[in-house]
Design a protein around this ligand. Structure first.
Ligand code: APR
Length: 240
């Protein structure tokens, strides 16, 4: 139990977006240098795009996976891992990001609602397999050995995100909802703040600028995640 903003807080939900990894050197999607400013997401991040041109999609995710190997977690990831360990209550960390920087910062039980770059999904046996290496249509499934059945284990536009039942339960039950580095433009994640507020939670947005859903948050912590998140974590832990 922790006192925050005059309220006793027992159950936290933290949602992160690409902005939490920006200062590690990974591009976001919609900033001026973002991935969707350089590439058409409809050509790279839909099941139809994969069916149309699998090699292009394999190359896109192989290149993002290679880039991920060259960067490391930043102070925001580390602060959230510390919060998970030190907070005297529950901290449910759900991320839209497919990188593993939360895990590499020491976070446990990270809920990857949009999947993970470091995993392959087999359309023949349905199993997910870890990978840090490039793969393509010539790679066989490590589980069922089917050829040409592997895709990136990333949730594409038009697909249902993972773990939505657990996320809904956590949101309905939380006292504090914190969103870090997300533009609030992509549902269902963009709607989480509304669900948390309906459950009576205090809601805080950490972002460089106002997101599309900024008006739904009780308070804003404006600035880079590597500054704002450690400060917010310190405040939460001081309230113990
Ligand atoms: N500190 C805090 N916030 C930051 C920082 C930073 N250093 N840098 C950028 N931001 C903020 C931006 O202001 C923006 O609001 O992070 C947000 C990034 O927004 P997007 O690029 O839209 O990323 P995200 O919200 O995670 O996208 C959601 O869209 O394309 C899909 O599946 C993809 O998971 C992704 C989803």
């Amino acid at each position: 139990m922790s006192l925050f903003d005059g309220r006793f807080i027992q159950r936290l939900v933290v949602l992160t977006g690409a902005g939490v990894s920006a200062e590690s050197g990974l591009p976001t999607f919609r900033d001026s240098d973002g991935l969707w400013e350089q590439h058409d997401p409809m050509e790279l991040a839909t099941p139809e795009a994969f069916a149309r041109n699998p090699e292009l999609v394999y190359r896109f995710y192989n290149s993002r996976r290679a880039q991920l190997a060259k960067v490391g977690p930043n102070a925001a990831h580390l602060a959230l891992a510390h919060l998970q360990r030190a907070f005297p209550g529950e901290v449910f960390l759900v991320t839209q990001n497919v990188d593993d920087l939360h895990e590499r910062a020491g976070s446990s039980q990270v809920c990857h609602m949009h999947g993970e770059l470091l995993a392959m999904l087999c359309s023949a046996c349905g199993r997910q397999s870890p990978t840090a290496e490039p793969f393509d249509g010539a790679t066989t499934c490590p589980d069922c050995a089917s050829p040409g059945s592997l895709r990136p284990d990333v949730v594409w536009f038009g697909e249902m995100p993972y773990h939505m039942d657990e996320i809904a339960t956590r949101l309905a039950d939380c006292d504090l909802f914190i969103a870090v580095g997300t533009s609030g433009l992509v549902y269902p994640a963009a709607g989480f703040v509304r669900t948390a507020r309906a459950a009576g939670a205090t809601t805080v947005e950490v972002n460089l600028e106002a997101s599309d859903t900024a008006g739904l948050f009780h308070t804003q912590r404006r600035g880079p995640a590597t500054e704002q998140v450690p400060a917010l974590v310190e405040e939460l832990l001081a309230g113990r």
